[in-house]
Design a protein around this ligand. Structure first.
Ligand SMILES: [Zn+2]
Length: 305
């Protein structure tokens, strides 16, 4: 009888040990990201086009969620012209002071706007870029639990779809001196991949980022982290200028952009929540979150030189 109990106990222990996730994968927030992704890409957000009610609704939701996590959100309003019409955009910014290098900043960004409504079609923009903005919430949740050495700015940019306007405004008028920004980690379309492939774009320009990305990726074997899409003069294949990391690049601030290969739903009304590759998204969010902490810790010298 005793022996049987012991073997049952052993069996239970084995199961528990086998199910214990690796340390770097022990991140709960991807579930939070999926929930936020569903809210942000629902029909009532009306495609989140800059200057519309749906965009305001998405921004209000993000502010509420960041506030619930215990953050103070700053809004930064800017104006620009889109086909001669003056438009206002609003960036959301959160500053988190670093413990060891408070004057060196990592900007983690994603745009929350999308294409709105055209004719009878709502462009829900689940992957583009409810996925990135929901990831900001997940990363912010983890940053509440664990302090970083560098300071962090979480930036939910507006008006990316109108020519990277929010990011351009931010880089021109950052929250802190531009020379204090050591790195931009940008996310745009991180939830849709049947092949479980996430690109880390930018290491052609900043090779020092390749090794740390590889080191973090080793712990996330359910997704493939690929490099590329950053060779100059390779046409549309070069994503250097394709999203909010571009104004950082132009200002000679190192960047890495995480995103997936273009898919049939890209900039279509079919980019909806039901197409989400959920497991991939959760793994991508966990990986990017882990990378934030790894790069903060491991590359202090390179980021602070
Ligand atoms: Zn986008």
């Amino acid at each position: 009888m005793k022996k049987l109990k012991l073997s049952i106990l052993l069996a239970i222990c084995t199961v528990i040990i086998a199910n214990r996730p690796a340390k770097s994968q022990n991140i709960k927030s991807p579930e939070l990201a999926v929930k936020a992704l569903e809210v942000l890409s629902a029909d009532d957000m009306e495609g989140r086009k800059t200057g519309t009610e749906g965009n305001t609704k998405a921004r209000t939701y993000l502010i509420d969620e960041f506030t619930k996590l215990g953050y103070e959100v700053q809004t930064d309003t800017f104006s620009f012209r889109s086909t001669l019409e003056p438009v206002q955009g609003i960036n959301l910014l959160i500053e988190i002071k670093g413990q060891k290098y408070p004057d060196s900043y990592i900007v983690i960004s994603a745009h929350y706007d999308h294409l709105g409504i055209k004719g009878d079609d709502i462009y829900n923009g689940t992957d583009d870029n409810a996925s990135g903005s929901a990831s900001l919430l997940a990363i912010a949740a983890e940053l509440k639990k664990k302090k970083t050495q560098h300071s962090i700015i979480i930036a939910a940019f507006d008006a990316e779809e109108m020519g990277l306007q929010g990011a351009k405004h931010f880089v021109k008028h950052p929250l802190v001196d531009q020379e204090k920004i050591a790195l931009n980690i940008n996310m745009d379309m991180v939830s849709q991949s049947e092949k479980d492939e996430l690109y880390a774009c930018g290491t052609y320009h900043y090779p020092f980022l390749k090794e740390p990305i590889e080191n973090t990726a080793k712990h996330f074997t359910d997704i493939k982290v690929l490099f590329g899409h950053d060779l100059p003069n390779s046409g549309h294949d070069d994503w250097t200028g394709q999203s909010d990391h571009y104004p950082f690049y132009k200002a000679e601030i190192p960047f890495v952009y995480f995103g997936v290969e273009d898919h049939p739903y890209y900039h279509k009304p079919t980019d909806t929540f039901d197409k989400l590759t959920k497991e991939f998204y959760m793994n991508a969010v966990a990986f990017i979150t882990a990378f934030v902490f790894d790069i903060d810790k491991e590359f202090k010298s390179k980021l602070n030189n």
